[in-house]
Write a protein that binds this ligand. Structure first.
Ligand SMILES: Cc1cc2nc3c(=O)[nH]c(=O)nc-3n(C[C@H](O)[C@H](O)[C@H](O)COP(=O)(O)O)c2cc1C
Length: 181
């Protein structure tokens, strides 16, 4: 059993500061496996070739966190490709595999470049980020996973070094304390 598995999907269009620091902060934590999915699978076919291994990774997980920077008010492309590949397989093609994962605690960790204020009615982004992430919640429900409130960091594009360090530490504390059974 791996304990907590974090699948990070950061495409690195420009070098990551915040998500990179978050990964560093959890790297030494006992029972936490953080996987840089874009580094591991630079091209989408690489991910497809590893389908069996990614399903096995879920079987070994006690908890699953999917981490990404918000891009165009959604997750990044490889996160969606992972859904299409792994969740399609265990839901539709091999539901007996999906059965084994029922009850898996599931959490999103997302960083947004824009401010929390911008994510509300009447403001630039119209809706709270939690609402924009609802498809993940519904997906978790459909898969039989146990939804946990997302870890969200706003205004990430304006962070100074202190902010980056603070969010990374908060994330590590959150992950360390995330022990639903
Ligand atoms: C292609 C692209 C699309 C983005 N779309 C959004 C968005 O829809 N909303 C938002 O708040 N930030 C958006 N951002 C900003 C990123 O979310 C932000 O740069 C990232 O969370 C910072 O984390 P990092 O330092 O790990 O890259 C976007 C950035 C890029 C490169």
């Amino acid at each position: 059993m791996s304990g907590t598995v974090i699948l990070k999907f950061h495409p690195g269009y420009k070098p990551s500061r915040v998500n990179a620091a978050m990964s560093e902060a959890v790297a030494g934590l006992d029972g936490v496996e953080s996987v840089d999915m874009y580094a591991l699978y630079p091209h989408e076919p690489d991910l497809h070739a590893a389908e069996d291994a990614e399903v096995e990774r879920l079987f070994a997980a006690k908890r699953l966190c999917v981490q990404f920077p918000v891009h165009w008010f959604a997750a990044t492309p490889r996160a969606m490709a992972w859904q299409d590949l792994v969740l399609n397989r265990i839901t539709f093609d091999k539901p007996e595999e999906g059965e084994r994962l029922k009850g898996l605690p599931f959490m999103i960790a997302a960083t947004a470049g824009q401010s929390e204020d911008s994510y509300q009615a009447g403001h630039a982004n119209l809706y709270p980020l939690e609402q924009l992430l609802r498809p993940w919640e519904v997906t978790a429900k459909q898969c039989g996973y146990e939804w946990h409130e997302p870890f969200l960091a706003y205004g990430a594009d304006d962070y100074d070094d202190e902010d980056v360090a603070r969010v990374a530490k908060d994330f590590a504390t959150h992950i360390e304390g995330w022990k639903p059974e």
